[in-house]
Design a protein around this ligand. Structure first.
Ligand SMILES: NC(=O)C1=CN([C@@H]2O[C@H](COP(=O)(O)OP(=O)(O)OC[C@H]3O[C@@H](n4cnc5c(N)ncnc54)[C@H](O)[C@@H]3O)[C@@H](O)[C@H]2O)[C@@H](O)CC1
Ligand SMILES: Nc1ncnc2c1ncn2[C@@H]1O[C@H](COP(=O)(O)OP(=O)(O)O)[C@@H](O)[C@H]1O
Ligand SMILES: [K+]
Length: 479
């Protein structure tokens, strides 16, 4: 698909690297990586001349990248010191840095004070740390000396080479100490840790440098705007409301009327031909006040069930299952998800709900979201959308899409109800559960970002911004 961002495993990267290295002169890939890294540092510092750079250098090729990039920076007038964190370091890289006038030492660098000492960082000796401790060859965690070095340089902006050192590259987990980067410059392709939390949160802004790797399809990916545009249902010139798909909502209750309204608001984003609401009469009245076009019971092409359903969750899920159509199962209905086994469903738990479903603690899900989303998708044979900062959409076959749109303002009550509604509209429009969940999460996050341009938001603002976001996609060229 169009611009989809793929995140490969270390094994896939190593294989592609070996294949390419057999065809190009020795050292070519490291030179490509080092130049890309050096220019990213120049960008970050808005120049090289006079800038003060400290390289943290581990024993492997990740350190080699840092040393060669340091040589490029030194030749452009930066003051560069390398702190070797191991008795061995990339020999060619050390020689290159020394040859370019940089310093290399096995102990903490002395650094150089800024001429005016107007630095705002807590360490006035350096403008940036380049973290070349470990990359894809690292085990999770940091050796004591590396962790101590990062502590000594705390407060100095950090550019990570390939990955923030210490994260688990293939899972995105961060069980031990690790670097926290402002920018991560990676090579050839994204790795899982660049997309998936908690590691993605430690990677900062990720920049990809092309080094010419030829890679197979990845299991973990992130859709871009053009990919979502290609997935969205577009009305055929001869469309009628029924051919566009009808989405039904069974959500909300006397206890939580707002959840019904917000689910409907998400469903009424304009991407389905019609919205039905079935449930509590008071909620029905509330829905009608804001969405007069919504009708009552009848045939639907997808159901949205569970948000704010309270004690009625099991009953509404059973009623929805009487129709042989795909479903979104949220919130209170997740407790009865076994009833939907074998049906095309999207489950939309947050970390706490997923923990309850899997019989573990919330913090375990937060520490290992990729693992738990995949486990649930396999166990329930369903698409599982694990909500959070970087929501994950996991399919039973192991594929995962990571959502990168959104804003922390989206962490607001009722936002999840809106999400269920929009996914339901996309299911009704004919998308597969996997595509509906991932495109729905993308639209939902983008709508929140759009709405939050004017200040803090509530869930209804997200729903109201959905059509505008879909509009920007419809006017962009098909992917
Ligand atoms: N694979 C590729 O396609 C390319 C790789 N390049 C660079 O090479 C890197 C991989 O290099 P390597 O395979 O040499 O591996 P790394 O440099 O990532 O790390 C391996 C070394 O670090 C030490 N180490 C492992 N875990 C550690 C820990 N927790 N704390 C401290 N030290 C630890 C090990 O003793 C080992 O020698 C990539 O991340 C990238 O930066 C680039 O030069 C260009 C192309
Ligand atoms: N820190 C965050 N940054 C961005 N989005 C977030 C963050 N925290 C939560 N979200 C999103 O906000 C929504 C919250 O949904 P949910 O947890 O179901 O709340 P509620 O039950 O109140 O509707 C989800 O779409 C989730 O992905
Ligand atoms: K690194």
């Amino acid at each position: 698909m169009g611009g989809v961002i793929q995140a490969h495993t270390v094994e896939q990267v190593r294989a592609a690297e070996a294949e390419l290295m057999a065809r190009v002169p020795a050292g070519t890939l490291m030179q490509r990586a080092a130049y890309g890294l050096a220019y990213a540092v120049v960008d970050f510092l808005a120049g090289a001349y006079g800038r003060r750079v400290v390289l943290l250098v581990g024993s492997g090729d990740n350190g080699g990248d840092a040393l060669y990039a340091g040589a490029v920076l030194a030749r452009r007038g930066a003051y560069v010191e390398a702190w070797l964190l191991s008795d061995s370091a990339h020999k060619g890289g050390v020689a290159a840095l020394r040859g370019a006038g940089g310093r290399v030492r096995r102990t903490e660098p002395t650094g150089r004070r800024a001429p005016t000492d107007g630095s705002t960082g807590s360490n006035p000796r350096f403008d940036v740390v380049v973290d070349g401790i470990v990359g894809i060859g690292g085990r999770p965690g940091l050796r004591e000396e590396a962790a101590a070095a990062l502590d000594r340089l705390a407060g100095v902006p950090l550019v990570a080479v390939d990955t923030p050192s210490g994260v688990d590259v293939d899972t995105g987990e961060t069980p031990e100490p690790h670097a926290v980067a402002d920018v991560t410059v990676t090579f050839g392709t994204h790795k899982v840790a660049h997309l998936v939390d908690p590691a993605a949160g430690a990677a900062g802004v990720v920049q990809l440098v092309d080094i010419g790797l030829d890679l197979p399809p990845a299991d973990v990916e992130a859709l871009q705007a053009e990919d979502v545009a290609a997935l969205l249902p577009r009305p055929h010139p001869d469309a009628q409301k029924y051919t566009r798909g009808v989405v039904g909502v069974r959500a909300g209750s006397a206890t939580y009327p707002g959840a019904g309204l917000l689910s409907v608001s998400g469903a009424a984003c304009g991407l389905a031909g019609m919205v039905r609401y079935v449930g509590d009469q008071d909620v029905h009245d509330l829905v009608h006040e804001q969405h007069p076009e919504v009708v009552g019971a009848g045939r639907v092409q997808a159901w949205v069930v569970g948000s704010g359903s309270a004690d009625g969750a099991e009953g509404t899920l059973r009623e929805a299952l009487a129709d042989d159509v795909p479903l979104v199962v949220d919130a209170d209905a997740l407790a009865y998800v076994d009833l939907a086994h074998g049906r095309p469903v999207v489950l939309t738990p947050h970390a706490g709900e997923l923990a309850t479903m899997l019989g573990c603690e919330r913090v375990e899900v937060e520490d290992r979201p990729l693992h738990h989303a995949r486990t649930a998708a396999e166990r329930y044979d369903a698409v599982v959308l694990l909500k959070g900062r970087r929501s994950l959409v996991a399919a039973p076959d192991g594929r995962v899409r990571v959502n990168r749109t959104g804003t922390p303002w989206l962490a607001t009550a009722g936002a999840g109800d809106v999400l269920g509604g929009v996914i339901g509209a996309l299911l009704a429009g004919g998308l597969t559960p996997y595509d509906a969940a991932s495109a729905g999460a993308w639209l939902h996050g983008a709508a929140a970002t759009l709405a939050a341009q004017d200040g803090p938001i509530v869930a209804g603002d997200v729903a109201r911004a959905l059509p505008a976001v879909a509009g920007t996609l419809h006017t962009s060229p098909p992917g």
